[in-house]
Write a protein that binds this ligand. Structure first.
Ligand SMILES: Cc1ncc(COP(=O)(O)O)c(C=O)c1O
Length: 389
């Protein structure tokens, strides 16, 4: 039987392809250093795992959860927003909904708000789900190039007729894949823009806690009035080494939350209550413990940046995220260079153009392998004669 035509419009998910290659090489006996997908290699902190042990022993967690998330989960999320960003006054009944990680919520937000003829404004390079969910919803894409050095979208470059037909504007700071950060002043500009054109501002804050050197990323909801036009997607995946648990929440505009919830009630049945209780434990993670988790990535970031500098790259350490965004040497396309790294060095990294056209000329390194393996990766590049200049 034929697949539905809509699948013809969706490119294969990049990491599904990369995984296929990885398994092929491993089967051939190649010792692969996988710095591809942003999946933390470290365990979930003990207090969260312990909360799961007691939650799962309580049979009250075993039936269907409330669609919008348990009341105590939503209240804990609101409390965390208040402690972490000083965002007060959020209503846990109307302005928060649990999500099965952010990926699901991003997809379902497009289904809730975008229809044929509508535009979604998406960053390029950007997390691929903004693009594919818009296509699934039948909408039009308008890409906002994120160019060096700031990697911020230029709002003035968006044509007026596109802005008028746009329903959603996606942003993500700290940014995957570029590692760039945004200021509260920039968020103010975005909020004003979305107010002017009646657009729902969707801030994907998957890396809100993954920051280094004392930097604390702001929330878009810190901007006065943002709650009228913005929703923010939070995920416990990266911050607490919980990618496999599938839990997050969306917070902000009651209208945005209502639309998303209407799709979700028809598509999924919420997050396992035991996982919600574990997430509540995660929200209470102390500053010291979080710093301990982040210091592992910060050290890896420093090793990779120093290593690349020693091979001729002119590169600064990113302030946030799990990623280092690196230019390919002259004479190579992104795809050619990552293929070279795989064939000559057994290193897996995604090509920048996998995140959109404007990612051409770059590749992304994920800080998800141990220090020794990063050093080994640099050594392999050196041995293969790979240099930037
Ligand atoms: C920018 C961004 N948003 C969302 C996600 C999805 O995260 P999850 O569905 O695990 O919450 C990712 C995962 O890599 C990401 O990089």
């Amino acid at each position: 039987m034929q697949f539905a035509k809509r699948l013809d419009k969706i490119p294969p998910y990049m990491f599904a392809e990369i995984n296929r290659k990885l398994h092929e090489m491993v089967a051939k006996g190649v010792d692969i250093i996988n710095m591809g997908v942003g999946d933390p290699d470290r365990p979930t902190p003990t207090h969260i795992v312990q909360a799961m042990h007691s939650a799962i022993d309580d049979s009250a967690t075993h039936n269907y959860p409330p669609y919008q998330g348990a009341k105590d989960f939503r209240e804990a999320a609101v409390g965390w927003m208040e402690r972490r960003f000083a965002v007060t006054g959020l209503n846990p009944n109307t302005e928060v909904v649990s999500s099965i990680g952010s990926k699901e919520a991003i997809h379902n937000t497009s289904l809730a708000f975008v229809e044929q003829g509508d535009y979604a404004l998406i960053p390029d390079p950007g997390y691929p789900v903004y693009r594919t969910s818009t296509i699934f919803a039948g909408g039009n894409l308008h890409t906002m190039p994120l160019l060096a050095p700031s990697f911020l979208p230029d709002l003035d470059a968006i044509p007026l007729e596109v802005a008028r037909q746009a329903k959603l504007l996606w942003i993500n700071y700290p940014n995957n894949p570029t590692g760039a950060t945004a200021t509260l002043e920039f968020f103010e500009e975005l909020v004003a823009y979305c107010q002017q054109y009646d657009i729902l501002l969707c801030h994907d804050h998957a890396y809100s806690e993954m920051a280094y050197d004392g930097y604390k990323p702001p929330s878009v909801l810190q901007v006065p009035g943002a709650k009228d036009v913005a929703i923010e997607f939070h995920s416990l995946s990266k911050s607490y080494n919980m990618t496999g648990w599938r839990v997050g929440f969306v917070v902000g505009s009651a209208h945005g939350i209502r639309g998303l919830s209407q799709v979700k009630t028809n598509v999924d049945s919420g997050v396992f209550k035991a996982i919600q209780r574990s997430a509540i434990a995660a929200f209470s993670t102390g500053e010291e413990e979080l710093l301990a988790v982040m210091s592992v990535y910060q050290k890896r970031r420093d090793i990779i940046v120093k290593g690349l500098q020693s091979l001729g790259w002119d590169i600064e350490p990113p302030l946030a995220t799990l990623y280092v965004w690196v230019r390919v040497p002259q004479g190579y396309s992104s795809t050619e260079f990552v293929t070279l790294l795989l064939d000559k060095c057994g290193i897996i990294v995604p090509p920048g153009n996998g995140y959109g056209e404007a990612g051409e000329g770059f590749f992304r390194i994920a800080l998800t392998v141990a220090d020794e393996r990063i050093k080994e990766a640099i050594q392999r590049m050196k041995d293969a004669g790979i240099r930037y200049a």
